[in-house]
Design a protein around this ligand. Structure first.
Ligand code: FE2
Ligand code: FE2
Length: 310
């Protein structure tokens, strides 16, 4: 089996359509739209949190659920790949593992063997993600969505393609599964407000697993890089880049203007410090301000008289 599989080689049947993240955000049905939606035509701030009150709540929630479903598939693929792509530390290379040299050739950054216990955690994660895929498909069906009704972007798996397993943990487990904690919490609250116990309970159960996945990622990141500050810094920088990417347009923050809230309590359970959560909020709030500025500029150019009213 091939090692270091690129994202465009992922196995998908004809129901799946892959698009860029930009295109996904620009899907008019998306609850994460990053246009000028958070400001009214008068420029006033308004709530944009994904709740049943929103007029586009149905499409928004179904699109988000579909996004969760494809994310679960990619999380499963990524964790599985980390078990397969790297040799196990302390295990002598035999001729039967000779094929590993092909992977090693693509991995020139040195010794990237991973501890067996790390692989065990990734295997446990595969088990969880496979269950999440099933739950998400059933929830999508329950919400009236067919597989492929919304498109897929493979950014999560792309973050799991790094040649350094520690960067994979930083990008996927810490950044993207941290985002999953925020998304699941918002969806759980959505289920509660909408009076949908199935959505509420399923999101709650998956949320518990995601908290564990983030904790596993940050624990291993620190353990593996204990004596390698440079590698740790590289991993944390990558985590910050991925966090920033997903804060585009202020997608999640404490502000009601963000579609997704920041799940501070669950993030704390996953091992995030207050400063780390604050940093994510700051990036997102800054992105919100930028979105407002873009909206104000667009309104000003369409109607110069309105520019003074904002
Ligand atoms: Fe998951
Ligand atoms: Fe996960």
């Amino acid at each position: 089996m091939r090692k270091f599989l690129p994202a465009d080689q992922l196995a998908r049947d004809e129901r799946f359509n892959t698009i860029t993240m930009q295109d996904r955000f620009n899907d008019p049905r998306s609850a994460l739209g990053t246009g000028d939606a958070a400001t009214t035509t008068a420029g006033a701030r308004q709530k944009f949190r994904l709740t049943p009150e929103r007029r586009d709540a149905s499409d928004g929630a179904r699109g988000l659920m579909h996004g969760i479903m494809v994310g679960e598939i990619q999380a499963l693929e990524g964790a599985g790949r980390t078990c397969w792509d790297f040799d196990t530390a302390g295990v002598a290379k035999t001729s039967s593992t000779g094929a590993h040299s092909a992977g090693a050739a693509q991995n020139p950054s040195g010794d990237m063997d991973v501890p067996f216990a790390l692989k065990l955690d990734m295997a446990r994660q595969c088990w969880d993600e496979a269950r999440h895929v099933e739950i998400s498909i059933k929830l999508s069906d329950w919400m009236g969505t067919e597989i492929g009704q919304f498109a897929e972007n493979t950014v999560l798996f792309a973050a799991a393609c790094s040649s350094d397993p520690v960067l994979r943990l930083a990008g996927v487990n810490c950044a993207l599964e941290g985002l999953a904690i925020d998304v699941f919490t918002t969806m759980k609250e959505f289920g509660d407000l909408a009076g949908d116990p199935f959505l509420e309970f399923c999101e709650d159960w998956m949320l518990a697993d995601e908290v564990t996945h983030v904790k596993m990622g940050s624990d291993w990141l620190r353990k593996v890089t204990e004596n390698d500050p440079e590698r740790r810094k590289k991993a944390l920088d990558f985590q910050a880049v991925v966090d920033k990417l997903f804060s585009y347009g202020g997608t999640r923050s404490d502000s009601d203007e963000s579609p997704i809230g920041l799940a501070r309590r669950f993030r704390a359970l996953a091992g995030f410090t207050d400063d780390e959560v604050e940093a994510i909020n700051d990036v997102s709030v800054q992105a919100l301000e930028e979105r407002r500025a873009r909206g104000a500029a667009a309104r000003a150019s369409a109607d110069p008289a309105s520019a003074t009213s904002t």
